[in-house]
Ligand binder design. Structure first.
Ligand code: SAH
Length: 274
């Protein structure tokens, strides 16, 4: 597999090293290495011929992001007539515009992609244009970071699935502390510029993940006639009971928690419908 990836993105070769057990790998803590791996994966598996993000931004792990698409599609398979050609919205698409790229390539979904950060929007625009995806991914700028769907979803627009990887942390201090812990857990060199980098705007929201997803739930209720299913990636499992209580308080019609396993990492998608 590594040979195929290096062929797709020769720059990857300089980041590959051999572990003590003889297997080859890359340093998953190094931004440039993961960016090169992403370019190779996107090119060879998803026919995305140009993809790049500026240093300092959150570098998405492609397999984990593809899992969100697969798990959501598997769930919706039992709810909708078909999971092909869905109309989706990705909240906080980031410079990588990763969910729209994967959702389109995997299931031919089309996307509205919202974002508050100007640099991310410029970068995402470049990726869309370079890959000729302007007719299936539409970027929309959210001017008020305290709003999610308002200003973005137009009257009478119909959306099958809302996806969101929310800003996780309440403050940059919390983000730095958690990143340090992750780096220690992965036994990465602490001096590395790590994949856990991310700008303040990417990582934080007042009240963190819990507050952002609660706002998303409240707004999705207001847009219930236009959006069939809403979902969000939940990184802190302790938030789940609180969010379920909030959904029930808002008289949600149906919800589910999709548990994803990637290596030793466990993530959950909360998906609901009003
Ligand atoms: N989807 C990308 C980025 C997730 S990080 C990925 O999975 O890698 C969360 C993103 O949400 C950041 O890019 C941040 O700028 C954006 N964001 C924060 N508040 C927002 C809001 N109110 N509306 C839209 N995007 C927002």
């Amino acid at each position: 597999m590594l040979d195929v990836l290096v062929k797709a993105e020769p720059i990857l070769e300089q980041y590959i090293f051999t572990k003590k057990d003889g297997n080859k790998t890359i340093d998953f803590g190094e931004f440039e290495a993961v960016r090169a791996l992403n370019k190779a994966l996107l090119k060879s598996c998803y026919n995305i011929t140009f993809w790049d993000i500026p240093p300092g931004h959150l570098c998405p792990g492609v397999p984990g992001r593809a899992d969100y698409i697969h798990y959501a599609a598997e769930f919706l398979n039992t709810k909708l007539d078909s999971v092909k050609n869905l109309k989706c919205i990705d909240i906080g698409t980031g410079p990588s515009i990763i969910y729209p790229l994967l959702g389109h390539r995997i299931h031919n979904w089309s996307f509205i992609a919202s974002e508050v950060d100007e640099v991310s929007l410029r970068c995402a625009k470049g990726i869309i244009e370079a890959n000729g995806l302007g007719s299936v991914i539409e970027l929309r700028r959210q001017k008020d970071r305290n709003l999610i769907l308002k200003n973005i979803v137009k009257p009478h627009e119909r959306i099958d699935l809302l996806m969101c990887n929310p800003p996780f942390y309440a403050s940059i201090e919390e983000a730095t502390e958690k990143s340090k812990r992750k780096i220690t857990n992965l036994k990465l060199r602490k001096t590395d510029r790590s994949t856990f980098d991310g700008t303040k705007s990417e990582l934080t929201y007042p009240g963190g993940e819990l507050a952002f997803v609660k706002l998303l739930i409240s707004e999705s209720l207001e847009f219930r006639t236009q959006i069939k299913w809403s979902s969000a990636l939940i990184s802190n499992r302790q938030h789940i009971p609180n969010l379920i209580k909030f959904l029930e308080f808002k008289k949600v019609k149906e919800y589910s928690i999709l548990k994803m396993h990637l290596g030793n990492k466990k993530l959950r998608i909360l998906i609901w419908s009003f």
